[in-house]
Each structure stands twice: as structure tokens, then as C-alpha cells.
Design a protein around this ligand. Structure first.
Ligand code: ADP
Ligand code: MG
Length: 292
């Protein structure tokens, strides 16, 4: 999540998810932005079939709503109607529990759920935060972008710690640097500030006490901007491009620090299995790990 638009949320969601899926983990992308860019980028016809809009109103059939877009990679489409959700749910007591219900339906079926949030801190994003284990913050390393991150962290803290905590499990995993220009002095200063900020919080009880600035940064790469118009992830569109290299390396960094919860509850049929997880060291736990 990041309430600023155009920072790389959707690009990161679909390509990180695709890289995690290629590493052998069953991965679900949920497009929670009414603009439906992740839906388009994954080559799904959002006008057809059920979408996250339907599931937010009624989570039954959540599993059947997910479509297989690549081996190990499932997606739930968005729809422009999702924009009305804010008003439609305004007076519902359980309005912050809707996404959690959708994701709970996938327990034991997927290893990771990645949610592509809209560029706001409204009800949809709050729903994602109420359901997630971790927050990934895609951003560009510009001075003004840092200020937005402060507001974002306060929102995470409000949900995680309260006064009335809604999701005490919620943690900030870290920042993904997108469209990165490592040659610029300004960029390097902003990254150093971010590193120092997270280092300074290690002893705190904040939800970002374990957060990192993920390495490598995702370099600016025109292939990443082109691939959505073909409905393809970078790995299908330009597997040798720097964008593919960077998102594969980001997936390695992301996976190194965590074991997927998952997996197969005994006797339960996994939804998609094409390869066994390549990281043998990971052990099954109870629930799918969810990043917003
Ligand atoms: P958000 O979801 O935060 O609005 P997007 O992921 O849609 O941001 O990215 C905004 C624009 O920048 C899109 O046109 C996308 O294709 C492009 N883009 C994202 N990351 C890169 C990158 N590393 N290099 C080049 N273009 C990028
Ligand atoms: Mg987006």
C-alpha cells in the first residue's frame, strides 16, 4: 500500500506475486483498486465473472472466484463498481472484516496473498490492513514521498496498536524502492534517511520495528511499463529484462525472511500445485501469509 498513486504498487504486486509463484509457492493476487490495473496487467477480463466487489458483499464462493493466470498464480479481479463500496458499507458494523473473510476462505490453499491497494487510506485500504499480516510500501525515493510514508505508518499503527486495535498482528515488512535511480545523489540521501529511520525504531514497539528497505531496488525499466498492455507479467513479456531480474531478486529477499504459512492442512486438496516449493526449509503453519 501507499496512498500516493503512480509509485509502483500494482507493478510490484503482480510481478512480485509472479516471482513468488515461479519459486514454487501458491500465490493469490487480490486487486482491491477500482481502477483494476492489476486485473488488466494479469490479462484478466474484469467485465466477465465475479470480482472482489461481489466477494466484499458476500464472501461465499471466494475460492471459485479466483482465476488461475499462471502456474501457482491465482487472481481475484477488481471491478469499477468497487468504487461504490465505501458508501455501500458505511453503516455496516462488520465493514472492516470483509477482506478478512475473503482471505480466510483460502486458508490451506495458498501460501501467499498479495493485495493491490487503491491510492487512498479509505475503507478498501483499511479492509486490507485489517486482514493482512504485513505491509509492503512501494515508493519512489523522493523527499516528498517520505512525508506520505509518515502518514501511512500512522495509519498502520492505529490499526495495529489502537487505542482500539483492529489487527494486532499487522507489521510493516518494509519499503520497496520502485523506478529507482541509484545514480542520483538525492535518491541516495532519501534511501539513507529511510534506512536510518527504520534502524532508529528497532527498540520500539511500533509495527515497523523489523521493517527494512528491501534490496535490490527495482530499477526503472520500460519493459515493466509495457508489459501490462499485453496482459503479461514481466516474466512472460520480457524475462531477460532488468525488471524481471529485479523482481526475481526482490522475491528472493522477501522469501528469505519468512516461511510461508500455509500449506496443506492434512487431507485438504491444494487449489493449484504444479511444482513443490523450492525452498525446502519452509515449514507449514496454520494460515496463509498476507501482504497488503
Ligand atoms: P501505482 O499502482 O502505485 O499507481 P503503478 O505500478 O501502476 O503504480 O506504476 C505507475 C506507472 O509507472 C505505470 O505506468 C507503471 O507501468 C510504471 N512503472 C512502475 N514501475 C516501473 C519501473 N520500475 N520502471 C518503469 N516504469 C515503471
Ligand atoms: Mg495501482
Amino acid at each position: 500500500m501507499n496512498q500516493k498513486g503512480g509509485v509502483g504498487k500494482t507493478t510490484t504486486t503482480i510481478n512480485l506475486a509472479a516471482a513468488i509463484a515461479q519459486a514454487g509457492f501458491r500465490t493469490l493476487v487480490i486487486d482491491l483498486d477500482p481502477q483494476a490495473h492489476a486485473t488488466l496487467g494479469l490479462g484478466i477480463d474484469g467485465a466477465e465473472g465475479r470480482s472482489i466487489y461481489d466477494l466484499i458483499h458476500d464472501a461465499a464462493d471466494a475460492v471459485a472466484t479466483a482465476r488461475e493466470v499462471a502456474p501457482n498464480l491465482l487472481a481475484i479481479a477488481s471491478h469499477t463498481d468497487l468504487a461504490a463500496t465505501e458508501t455501500e458499507l458505511a453503516s455496516a458494523d462488520d465493514r472492516l472484516e470483509r477482506m478478512k473473510r475473503v482471505i480466510d476462505a483460502f486458508a490451506g490453499r495458498v501460501d501467499f496473498v498479495l493485495i493491490d491497494c487503491p491510492p487512498s487510506l479509505g475503507l478498501l485500504t483499511l479492509n486490507a490492513l485489517a486482514a493482512a499480516d504485513e505491509v509492503l510500501i512501494p515508493m519512489q525515493a523522493h523527499f516528498l514521498a517520505l512525508q506520505g510514508v509518515g502518514k501511512l505508518l500512522e495509519t498502520v499503527k492505529l490499526l495495529a496498536i489502537g487505542p482500539q486495535p483492529i489487527n494486532p498482528r499487522l507489521k510493516v515488512a518494509g519499503v520497496v524502492l520502485c523506478m529507482h535511480d541509484a545514480a542520483s545523489t538525492h535518491t541516495r540521501e532519501v534511501v539513507a534517511d529511510l534506512d536510518a529511520f527504520f534502524e532508529g525504531g528497532r527498540a520500539s514497539e511500533s509495527p515497523w520495528k523489523d521493517a527494512v528497505v528491501f534490496r535490490p531496488a527495482i530499477r526503472r525499466n520500460i519493459k515493466l511499463a509495457e508489459s501490462p498492455s499485453f496482459g503479461k507479467t514481466i516474466f512472460d513479456y520480457a524475462p531477460l529484462a532488468s525488471g524481471a531480474e529485479d523482481y526475481r531478486a526482490l522475491a528472493d529477499a522477501f522469501l528469505a525472511g519468512r516461511r510461508p504459512h500455509s500449506a496443506h492442512a492434512p487431507g485438504e486438496m491444494p487449489l493449484v500445485v504444479t511444482r513443490s516449493p523450492s525452498a525446502e526449509k519452509t515449514e507449514p503453519a496454520a494460515q496463509a501469509s498476507t501482504s497488503a
